[in-house]
Design a protein around this ligand. Structure first.
Ligand code: NAD
Ligand code: UD1
Length: 345
């Protein structure tokens, strides 16, 4: 019997490419749709190496086009969809809000239209990529799914509105089901070192910046504030191995295909690490101390953020298995063997 096909919008991106590998490992056929606005085409060659040419399919196209989505749903008899396609840089969303609302909003609208048009009585179920950013500055940690939503920038608003749209469509179309996943801070890479995170320009996020310091592309890390109310004064986050996150998506697809009801689930480890802890762990993996300077706080930052992951365990039977050291080891293997990311392919 042919492997059930799962459509991954934004499938050539950081999380999508790792999820494609996890899905293939679990016996699915990932079908990737991406317009490569924030991905390098060379990732496709790397996936060929890892999965073989029969192990997945990919299409260069825009997820804002319902016609494209309808054609893929039909052609591959898609059993479930994971919707990754979005723009995700907070600072850029502040400078270009229209671009963010247009792209992130229209991708999801087109997808829901295509699912309704092609699904007949039972449209394919959906896994929607949301983010811990929807919680803003939380009242308390660990953060449960019931915490209030307080988006603080246009990107975060696109995620909150996306969740609302999914919930409204679920209410309107009772036969349809969706799981909303709120990710904490995905880091690391596939253990092969063949795929990983490859941000364009100067990295906004901590781990890719640290990786570039380690490989000599940047002189030092600037730590954004050492006066936060945390044990060492630097910000604390719930770093999560991208392969754990990818496996969380496989569990969500399994759950929906087994008839599971719609839900909203945090994906995180439930543990927080500070900037200096992450820097120290990475230094011990790459065998030298990494240079850093203390700078001012970054606008919009918060002190501490980590998940209450208990719902992921009870609903999806998922929990993160990989620790901070493994996140750093896998990130370092990827960066060391691809100092310039996919440009080295
Ligand atoms: P990414 O930028 O690496 O991947 C997103 C992919 O979507 C890219 O390959 C991009 O080219 C593609 N894309 C964007 N607009 C498109 C369009 N109109 N048509 C087709 N393709 C399009 O980002 P990622 O880190 O892999 O994130 C995946 C999803 O997870 C996003 O929805 C993001 O908001 C969410 N998320 C990411 C993080 C994180 O820290 N990486 C945290 C929480 C949530
Ligand atoms: C960022 C996004 C958030 C998104 C999340 C996961 C912002 C304001 N928020 O959050 O919307 O959901 O990524 O992708 O961009 N740090 C440094 N120096 C650096 C970079 C980061 O000290 O050069 C610190 C930060 O202050 C923070 C920690 O490292 O304490 C993690 O930062 P980052 O990786 O950007 O993630 P978030 O702040 O959680």
């Amino acid at each position: 019997m042919a492997a059930p096909a799962v459509l991954l919008t934004g499938g050539a991106g950081y999380i999508g490419s790792h999820t494609a590998v996890a899905l293939a490992d679990a016996g699915y056929c990932p079908v990737l749709l991406d317009n490569f606005c924030n991905a390098d085409r060379r990732v496709v060659g790397r996936l060929h190496e890892l999965l073989g040419s029969d192990g997945f399919a990919w299409h260069d196209g825009d997820a804002r086009e319902a016609r494209t989505l309808c054609a893929l749903l039909r052609r591959y008899r898609i059993a479930a969809v994971i919707h990754f396609a979005a723009l995700k840089a907070v600072g850029e969303s502040v400078a270009q809000p229209l671009r963010y609302f247009e792209n992130n909003g229209n991708c999801l609208v087109a997808l829901l239209q295509a699912l309704a048009a092609e699904g007949g009585g039972s449209p394919a179920p959906l896994v929607y990529s949301s983010s811990a950013t929807v919680y803003g500055d939380p009242d308390r940690v660990p953060i449960p799914e019931s915490a209030p939503l307080r988006p603080t920038n246009p990107y975060a608003w696109t995620k909150v509105l996306g969740e609302q749209l999914v919930l409204a469509q679920r209410a309107a179309q009772t036969a349809w089901r969706a799981v909303i996943l709120r990710y904490f801070n995905p880091v690391g890479a596939h253990p092969s070192g063949r795929i990983g995170e490859d941000p364009q320009g100067i990295p906004n996020n901590l781990m890719p910046f640290v990786q570039q310091v380690a490989v000599g592309r940047r002189a030092h890390l600037t730590v954004f504030g050492s006066d936060w109310p945390t044990p060492d004064g630097t910000g604390v986050r719930d770093y999560l191995h991208v392969m754990d996150l990818a496996e969380g998506h496989v569990r969500a697809v399994d759950y929906l295909r087994a008839g599971g009801v719609s839900d909203i689930v945090n994906l995180g480890t439930g543990r927080g690490h500070s900037v200096l802890q992450l820097l120290g762990a990475f230094g011990s993996v790459c065998g030298r101390e990494l240079a850093y300077r203390i700078g001012p706080r970054r606008a919009g930052d918060i002190a501490v953020c980590y998940a209450d992951p208990s719902r992921a365990r009870s609903v999806l039977g998922w929990e993160a298995r990989r620790d901070l050291r493994q996140m750093c080891e896998d990130a370092w293997r990827w960066q060391r063997s691809n100092p310039n990311g996919y440009s080295d392919a």
